[in-house]
Structures are given as C-alpha cells and as structure tokens.
Ligand binder design. Structure first.
Ligand SMILES: Nc1ncnc2c1ncn2[C@@H]1O[C@H](COP(=O)(O)OP(=O)(O)O)[C@@H](O)[C@H]1O
Ligand SMILES: [Mg+2]
Length: 284
C-alpha cells in the first residue's frame, strides 16, 4: 500500500472554448506530491498559481490530464470509486454562504447524510458530534444566515465532518472572515488535525501557514518549495521572488536582529517571539 495521498506526475489544462480555435491553458505542470495520513499541510502561492486546481484534483472534481492521483490507493479517474473518494476527502470552500443550504443549522449539517440515506438515529448522532467538534452545538437550532462569517464557516466544516472524511481540503476558508473568524477556523483546524484528520489548507495568510506541519509553495503550476514552516519561511528572498512574504513576526525579528538584539532568526509565531523577548528582558 502506498501513501494516503499520492499525486504522480500530474498535469492539468483548462480548455478555453471561447477562443477560436480553442486554446489550452496548462495550469499544473508535472506535479508530484505525497501526503501522509494525519499531516497538516498548508499550500501557498500567488493568485493563478494553480492552488485551487490542485485542491480539486484531490476529490475528483478535476481529473488529471496526464499522471494519476491516488487517494488511499483509489485512482480518482475510476468512476466507480467516486463516492468512496468523496467520502474520504471532503472540501471546504472560501464562501460559507455558498455552502449553506438549509435554514436551520442542524438541518444544514444533516443535509449530505440525508442525501445518502443514513438512518435518522445515526444522522442525529453524527450531526451532534460534528457540531460539538466545531464548537457550534449550542447553535444547532439557529438560523445560519444570522451567524457570523466564522460561525457559518464552522457550520460548513461540520457538514463535511458529518461525512466522517479522513482528509479535509480547505480552499482559503478564512479569506472572507474577520480576524476573530479566522482565529476560530484555525483553532478548529488544529483540533481536527490533533484528532487525526489530514488537513490541506490553502491560504494566503502566512501566519496560518506557519501553524501547519508542512508548507508547500506553488508557482506557475509547479511546486517551488516543500518543507517545514521554519525551513520555508527562512527563505524570505525566494518567497518574495514569487510575490509571497514571511509572517509579520518573522520580518519583525529580522529587523530586531539587525538592530543588534540577540534573537534566533527562525521565529515564525508570535508566541515564540514573545517568549524569546521575555527571556531576554528577564536576563537584561
Ligand atoms: N474553470 C476554469 N476555466 C478556465 N481557466 C481556469 C479555470 N479555473 C482556473 N483557471 C485558470 O487556471 C489558472 C490557475 O487557477 P487556480 O487554480 O484557480 O489558481 P489559484 O487558486 O492559485 O489562484 C489561472 O490562470 C486561472 O485563470
Ligand atoms: Mg484559488
């Protein structure tokens, strides 16, 4: 048995029928990538680098043009496996309003389960469990449209969780949220990952990527970098060359080091920075 997720030499093109003759836009170029069960992988890359296209390969919304994508050994091109693949890999998108279908929270979370004919008692159990996991159980009888963006996104995540996926791919789930909503989603993601759910998080927030176990940087349809967050964010110049940045706190520590303050140069989280500064101040 191979890895949990295997992307082998995958290329993918969109055909633009509006052009005459139709043109082909190759947006993923010979990508190979393996992800183990239980990993928390962040994917970075400027707009148009192919992140969303890659995400949609993971649950057979997109099929590879060449190469193959295997989910727990299941080839995404095999139509017979579509249902099993989509149960294994759930997707959460940017806009929670587009993902919410019902007028009561618990009905929304139950929606997909009802569609696949899960029995009512089991639906009740799974809906309650999923709502608890995202911290929204008390809101089960509320109207989703009255909730905050972060709460709505947590309901959308609960709907995916109710299907008991082993992996959740999130495509910029915090992009439309305020700072509080973003923090709520990051906490939820980290809790789910701690329980063993594999997470693929596409984000344009460096601070979010810094919390992952692994960071992949895409550029023009290729993987430019792949490593631990400290390793990736230590290469500020390379990131800047593809229009990305390092977390603000990394920039700040580099400025402090330049000003003669004795700090490590690989700080990527605020907590770590605070702790190191606190120790320096106590010593001084
Ligand atoms: N449905 C589509 N049809 C045609 N071209 C698309 C479609 N979706 C994305 N593209 C093009 O593919 C490229 C990669 O897009 P995408 O995967 O959405 O990148 P990202 O998520 O990194 O911004 C872009 O040039 C985009 O214009
Ligand atoms: Mg995208």
């Amino acid at each position: 048995m191979g890895k949990f997720i295997e992307i082998k030499n995958v290329s993918f093109s969109y055909i633009n029928d509006y052009d005459d003759p139709p043109t082909k836009n190759t947006v993923l170029k010979d990508i190979s990538l393996e992800i183990d069960e239980g990993e928390f992988v962040a994917v970075l890359g400027h707009n148009g680098s192919g992140k969303s296209t890659l995400a949609k390969l993971l649950n057979a919304i997109n099929l590879p043009e060449t190469g193959e994508v295997l989910i727990d050994g299941m080839d995404t091109r095999d139509e017979k496996l579509l249902y099993d693949i989509r149960r294994t890999v759930g997707m959460v998108f940017q806009n929670p309003d587009n993902q919410i279908v019902a007028t009561v929270v618990e009905e929304d979370v139950a929606f997909a389960l009802e569609n696949i004919g899960v029995e009512p008692k089991e639906i009740r159990r799974r809906v309650d469990e999923a709502l608890n996991e995202v911290g929204m159980y008390e809101y089960r009888e509320h109207a989703p449209h009255k909730l905050s963006g972060g709460q709505k996104q947590r309901i959308a995540i609960a709907g995916v969780l109710a299907m008991q996926p082993r992996c959740i791919v999130m495509d910029e789930p915090t992009a439309m949220l305020d700072p509080i909503g973003r923090r709520e989603i990051m906490e939820t993601i980290k809790e789910l990952n701690a329980e063993g759910v594999t997470i693929v998080l596409i984000t344009h927030y460096m601070e979010e990527a810094a919390q992952a176990g692994r960071v992949i940087v895409m550029d023009s349809g290729s993987i430019l970098m792949d490593g631990g967050p400290k390793e990736v964010f230590s290469q500020a110049d390379k990131l800047k060359s593809v229009g990305l940045d390092v977390p603000d706190v990394t920039d700040l520590t580099h400025d402090l080091i330049k000003a003669g303050i004795d700090l490590p140069d690989d700080i990527i989280s605020e907590d770590e920075c605070v702790e190191k500064l606190y120790r320096l101040l106590k010593k001084g």
